[in-house]
Write a protein that binds this ligand. Structure first.
Ligand SMILES: [Zn+2]
Length: 241
């Protein structure tokens, strides 16, 4: 058949039953960003794809690229199956929300290696023996902030997003895209010092070292990231936890 073969690494974000025995896959790849693919016969008992075309699997794939929007899976090798993630309810929920956020925020065929690496890293943390510390709201929000960063929608945190004032930053405005000062606080909601520091620290530290914060501050962080993405990426994320 005409077309070309693509070899790429990818993470399965979503896997949908299709027709009699096929699967449609939403993939996030390291070389092509988002890819849609069909795996023919994947649900037959003796399929050579086995059970590997499920969410979270990190795979080495051979894909046939023809004229259709969907590529066709022709070969699969598992790079990471994350067995501990799969056997824990909280880790499954956290992983599913992370994949859902990537689905909503990164839909282009442009490669974004930092985004791919971030998702891989988060799934890897959720698969570690001490996975409990990665299923916290703090970790979920750190992931979400870093995802906004690699997608190009980091909130402005250093000075007022409207006027540049560096002092008296007490609010956050999704429309302005960051913290705002007392004179620019129209359309903003109050942002505590704790929530502000959480965002600055979470962006500066590795994902595995998410800072701690009280529930009220974390709710403000979630709202700040959510409203920034709504206004600037036109994307609505599901609740972080
Ligand atoms: Zn201002």
């Amino acid at each position: 058949m005409p077309g070309t073969t693509l070899k790429t690494e990818a993470i399965v974000l979503r896997s949908i039953r299709y027709g009699e025995a096929d699967r449609i896959l939403h993939l996030y790849s390291n070389t092509r960003g988002r890819i849609g693919a069909i795996a023919k016969g994947a649900r037959k008992p003796k399929s050579r794809f086995g059970g590997r075309l499920e969410p979270f699997f990190r795979l080495d794939l051979l894909l046939h690229e023809g004229r259709s929007d969907l590529m066709t899976v022709t070969g699969v090798t598992t790079l990471d199956g994350y067995p501990r993630l799969r056997s824990s309810g909280p880790a499954l929920t956290a992983g599913a929300r992370a994949c859902d956020a990537v689905l909503r925020l990164l839909d282009s065929a442009e490669p974004n290696l930092p985004a791919y690496n971030l998702l891989s890293r988060y799934l890897q943390l959720l698969d570690e023996p001490d996975q409990a510390q990665s299923t916290t709201l703090e970790a979920a929000l750190s992931f979400r902030l870093k995802l906004a960063l690699v997608a190009g929608f980091t909130p402005e945190l250093a000075s007022c997003a409207s006027c540049g004032e560096a002092e008296h930053l007490a609010g956050f405005s999704g429309a302005a895209g960051g913290v705002v000062c007392g004179s620019c606080e129209a359309d903003s909601f109050p942002l505590s010092e704790e929530a502000h520091s959480f965002m600055v620290e979470a962006l500066a530290k590795p994902l595995a070292e998410a800072p701690n914060a009280e529930p009220l501050a974390l709710r403000q962080v979630e709202r700040a990231v959510g409203e920034t993405l709504e206004h600037h990426a036109h994307v609505q994320l599901r609740a972080a936890a």
